[in-house]
Design a protein around this ligand. Structure first.
Ligand code: AMP
Ligand code: ZN
Length: 481
């Protein structure tokens, strides 16, 4: 396999070669758990999922690490604005850890519904404070810090490689220096490693440190945890494009200042944004769409996955309900084809779709599979990879069993869960759908009449038939379990 990835560090497509042959370390920046993930955030995690599935398909032994930010992330990435966790906790009348716990669980429910594989290591910032303190100590010992106004800062002018990832030039930064909001900073791009004098009087979570009681800056957590789980130099680091200028730039500065090793990370991958007609979807600006909104509107989470796969991760993608309809119809048609193949081939089991089986070399199906691999190895081109899957499924000359095996192998990267979805989700009969709607109407009447026993019995009865009811302000919707 020859995997080519676009490396933001070099702005080039480069053949991927792991530092240790056969093994790969990959760190993807995880969520800040002060609110639900919006569907834009989920685009980042689908990208990480496609990358890790591709690395595994190529036979590499993968260690995928993701952090959970539950402390230290301010609304401005450059130490400005509110503390996201604290503000959310205050608004909800909960503790910071309660908020973190609630939204962490919600996040994993979403990723599971999108068939995103769990990373090998999931690490919370609040559980790695000593790693952060140790790393900051090394940065301090190496002479890159200063203490001012109660906070410990990273001095970017001491680090000659500062801004290389974002193509920032130190001389330009100095020449264009504006007065930052934080007058303790020597350079506007300096950033806080450790806050002791909090801007927030009621800061909930504080720890002892050599610089006094306080809490870490946001960037240091990713440096400390990635180094802890992947070593002082590793292969791939990923996140959304918004992280290039500040977060990842600062992560590189801190890590290399601490270890003296350059480059810290070989490949930097950044996904483009999901946008609405109004502009970028943002968690802090509110008005965002969650996966649950899509489910409430009657879509399957995998329709959204399919929608995302239709665009390359480095292209901005405009969200619209019409496009999501298109994805839903296409996915439905895909499952129909898989079911037809299963019927013809006499069930997947008989055709050797179990682990370890493969498509015989030189067959028509094998040609499609090879083309699929070439597409996905070409900087994770999911649109071309999907086109190869469709080509395979439309090609009537192929032997059904082989076509099915090839399709399922492709799905090990696409993650559309084709086998289980096709087996488990035969079309419901029109009669049964009418019956469900009728029962929903009866349940709503029962609730109006305060007959909650009857309402619950209807819900339970439907659940036993594999139908889940979900109440929302727009009314009750149903989905299959
Ligand atoms: P956060 O939870 O805000 O730290 O963001 C989680 C991930 O989502 C990060 O990798 C961001 O770069 C990414 N992200 C944020 N907004 C979008 C968007 N609209 N489209 C795609 N990725 C996004
Ligand atoms: Zn990060």
């Amino acid at each position: 396999m020859s995997l080519v990835l676009y490396n933001t560090l070099t702005r080039k497509l480069q053949t991927f070669k792991p530092l240790t042959p056969g093994k790969t370390g990959f760190y993807g920046c995880g969520p800040t758990v002060y609110n639900y993930a919006h569907i834009g955030n989920l685009r980042a995690y689908i990208t990480h999922d496609i990358l890790s599935r591709t690395l595994k398909r190529s036979g590499l032994e993968l260690r995928h690490v993701m952090n959970i930010t539950d402390v230290g992330h301010l609304s401005g990435d450059n130490d400005e604005g509110d503390d996201k966790m604290l503000k959310s906790a205050e608004e909800r009348g909960k503790s910071v850890l309660e908020v973190a716990d609630f939204y962490t669980q919600a996040f994993f429910r979403d990723t599971e519904r999108l068939n995103i594989k769990q990373p090998d290591v999931i690490c919370k910032a609040t559980e790695h404070i000593s790693d952060m303190i140790n790393l900051i100590r090394r940065i301090e010992e190496n002479g890159y810090t200063y203490f001012s106004g109660g906070n410990l800062y990273f001095d970017i002018s001491k680090f000659p490689h500062y801004g290389e990832l974002a193509r920032l030039r130190l001389s330009d930064l100095k020449a264009g220096a504006r007065t930052g909001l934080d007058e303790n900073k020597r350079n506007p791009e300096d950033f806080v490693l450790w806050f002791t004098k909090s801007k927030f009087e009621n800061q909930a979570l504080v720890w002892d440190s050599p610089w006094g009681k306080g809490y870490p800056g946001w960037h240091i957590e990713c440096s400390a945890m990635s180094i802890r789980y992947l070593g002082e130099q590793f292969d791939i680091h990923a996140g959304g494009i918004d992280h290039i200028n500040i977060h990842h730039t600062n992560e590189i500065a801190q890590s290399e200042a601490a270890t003296g090793k350059h480059p810290w990370v070989q490949f930097w991958l950044h996904n483009e944004f999901l946008v609405l007609d109004k502009g970028k979807m943002s968690k802090s600006a509110g008005g965002f769409i969650t996966l649950q909104h899509l489910v409430d509107a009657g879509y399957d989470p995998l329709d959204y996955r399919y929608f995302l796969l239709g665009a390359h991760y480095r292209s901005p993608l405009q969200f619209s309900w019409e496009s999501l309809d298109g994805a839903r119809n296409a996915r439905k048609a895909l499952l129909d084809r898989i079911r037809a193949l299963m019927d013809k081939a006499g069930s997947a089991e008989n055709t050797g779709t179990q682990a370890g089986s493969s498509v015989p070399a030189g067959t028509g199906a094998d040609a499609y599979l090879k083309a699929f691999d070439r597409a996905i190895e070409d900087d994770l081109s999911t649109p071309r990879a999907l086109a190869e899957l469709w080509g395979l499924l439309r090609d009537t000359k192929l032997e059904s069993g082989e076509a099915l095996v090839a399709a399922l192998e492709m799905d090990s990267v696409l993650g559309l869960n084709l086998k289980a979805e096709a087996e488990g989700k035969e079309e419901l009969s029109a009669d049964f759908e009418r019956e469900i709607e009728e029962l929903i109407a009866q349940r709503s009447e029962a609730k109006k009449a305060k007959d909650f026993e009857r309402a619950d019995a209807i819900r339970q009865g439907l659940k036993e038939k594999g139908i889940i009811l979900e109440d929302s302000p727009q009314g009750t919707r149903w989905r299959r379990s």
